[in-house]
Design a binder for this molecule. Structure first.
Ligand SMILES: NC(=O)c1ccc[n+]([C@@H]2O[C@H](COP(=O)([O-])OP(=O)(O)OC[C@H]3O[C@@H](n4cnc5c(N)ncnc54)[C@H](OP(=O)(O)O)[C@@H]3O)[C@@H](O)[C@H]2O)c1
Length: 237
């Protein structure tokens, strides 16, 4: 399968690339801004899992919002088909609502919502070439209706809630093309993002363990789910 994962330089995305590479016989396109980390990840996977191919794709995803973006053209040099898209790249800035900086609010919505939606739109020609493709949007319990909420996460949670609504809508609209769209609303996972937002808090789940679940869901979940927002949480920060 050909799998595109955003936010592959660290945390959950980094572990996801390793999980798919370990499974073998996949082409994994790994996107983040950090080319050095992506190259190191490729070297590691080439050595440990030679049956898979990891392709580093260094790119600042905010640039896909510009009409002149070269992202999709550059992608055609690597593949013309995507079977699985994991919209994992995310941005969290914790701050009181009253004093929230509007540039940060826009950045949160850009990366967590608009980049994910533009990526889906631009990748449709690639996803339609698959016999049965699966888009997995990575959400958060913060954006899951009725969950406990945390002060300082208003824009982050709202951006994930917007992505949840988009997931439900696109699942319906993309059915004729055999494209399934689901969201996993994650609880706390021990990563840099969590450590920065909640210093000292220890999450009950490692990035590696969460990636094992997400990889399996991405490969098989579309046979059982479409348009679903699934909470994946032992706790809810
Ligand atoms: N950790 C948790 O507790 C938790 C809970 C719920 C949901 N989530 C969600 O899970 C996903 C992964 O989170 P994580 O904890 O693994 O986060 P992380 O460790 O902070 O990693 C975020 C990833 O996103 C990439 N990224 C951010 N901005 C980018 C941009 N402009 N262009 C390209 N890549 C960009 C980063 O790559 P570069 O910096 O190299 O560009 C990095 O690889 C996110 O969507 C997050 O909201 C996490």
């Amino acid at each position: 399968m050909t799998i595109l994962i955003t936010g592959a330089s660290r945390g959950i995305g980094y572990e996801l690339v390793k999980q798919f590479a370990a499974a073998g016989h996949h082409k994994i396109i790994a996107v983040s801004r950090d080319s050095e980390k992506l190259n190191r990840l490729q070297t590691f996977c080439n050595r440990e899992f030679p049956d898979s191919e990891v392709v580093p794709f260094p790119f600042d995803l905010e640039n896909i919002l510009k009409p002149e973006t070269q992202f999709f053209h550059e992608l055609t040099l690597i593949t013309n088909r995507i079977d699985i898209l994991i919209n994992n790249a995310g941005y969290l800035k914790k701050s009181d609502f009253e004093t929230f900086d509007s540039a940060n609010a826009a950045k949160i919505f850009n990366i967590n919502f608009f980049v994910a939606s533009e990526l889906i739109r631009g990748l449709l020609p690639f996803l339609k070439k698959s016999e049965k493709s699966h888009i997995v949007n990575i959400g958060s319990m913060g954006g899951f209706q009725g969950s406990s909420k945390f002060a300082g996460l208003a824009y982050y949670s709202a951006s994930k809630a917007a992505l949840a609504a988009l997931t439900e809508c696109l699942a319906e609209e993309l059915k004729p093309f055999r494209i399934s769209v689901n969201m996993l609303a994650l609880g706390a996972v021990q990563t840099e993002m969590l450590a920065e937002a909640f210093p000292g808090y220890e999450a009950p789940v490692t990035a590696e363990k969460m990636a094992t679940f997400i990889a399996d869901f991405a490969l098989n979940g579309n046979h059982f789910f479409n348009g679903k927002i699934l909470p994946v949480s032992l706790s809810t920060p």
